[in-house]
Design a protein around this ligand. Structure first.
Ligand code: C5P
Length: 229
């Protein structure tokens, strides 16, 4: 059974406020997006499809894939305007039985998390790594008044990889094309919404953060330093 990974690196990274997209920013001497590619390279994933911003394919081939010897990349494709468009472009070209969809901004994903995700995809058909929230969560109305307080012990904050049987997630994304896509922010939602499939939450890590704003770069450096020991 073939395992594939769609790695998303087609975002503009506006919230970082830097001149270049966050996936290319250096973190301890290497571009942010290299770290997750190294983790997938070491894992038992067979194939990686890398989705990049239109115009960045040649740069990524030379400066990321070749320079850091990521041999499992089978294709580099152009992403779309929204994350879900980029995912669909990656799913169209990958050849596998199970697929892990991963945001390259989650640079600190480990081989353990990848392994749990592969097992989860095989065992449940659809799984997402996440962690129980530490904060109490409030659902607000549009003016910032509290509408509801969900039970904290049932609330998870979800990460990537989000992992699926390939036929399930490909069909889900194909059906999504005919639906209203507003508010679609992760892959699990797409299979929940279009396939009525159940998604299992599995353990990620509090270190599996998404590098989004400048504070995250500092936190990232600390995580990488602690792993060197
Ligand atoms: O913006 P956000 O941090 O939620 O993006 C999550 C991931 O999706 C990032 O890795 C980003 O590069 C990717 N993305 C993409 N195509 C888009 C928007 C985001 O591949 N159009």
């Amino acid at each position: 059974e073939r395992i594939g990974a769609v790695v998303l690196a087609a975002g503009s990274g506006k919230r970082m406020g830097a001149d270049i997209p966050k996936q290319y920013l250096a973190l301890c001497g290497k571009p942010v997006m290299v770290y997750c590619l190294e983790a997938f390279e070491k894992s038992r994933v067979d194939e990686i499809v890398l989705v990049v911003a239109p115009g960045d394919r040649a740069y990524c081939r030379k400066e990321i894939v070749e320079k850091y010897h990521i041999t499992k990349v089978s294709a580099i494709v152009d992403g779309g305007a929204e994350r879900y468009d980029s995912v669909y472009e990656g799913l169209k070209v990958i050849h596998c039985d199970y697929v892990l969809i991963h945001d390259c901004a989650r640079a600190f994903v480990t081989e353990d998390i990848i392994e749990r995700s592969i097992r989860g995809a095989k065992g449940y058909g659809a799984c997402v790594v996440g962690m129980p929230v530490k904060d109490t969560i409030k659902i607000a109305d549009e003016s910032g008044w509290v509408e509801a307080t969900p039970r904290r012990d049932l609330v998870w904050s979800v990460q990537t990889p989000q992992s699926f049987s390939y036929p399930l997630v490909y069909e889900a994304y194909t059906r999504l094309q005919a639906c209203d896509k507003t508010g679609v922010t992760d892959d699990a939602m797409v299979v929940e919404k279009t396939m009525q499939a159940r998604v299992k939450l599995i353990e990620g890590s509090y270190e599996n953060i998404k590098v989004t704003t400048p504070e995250d770069l500092l936190m990232g450096e600390r995580i990488l330093q602690s792993r060197k020991k």
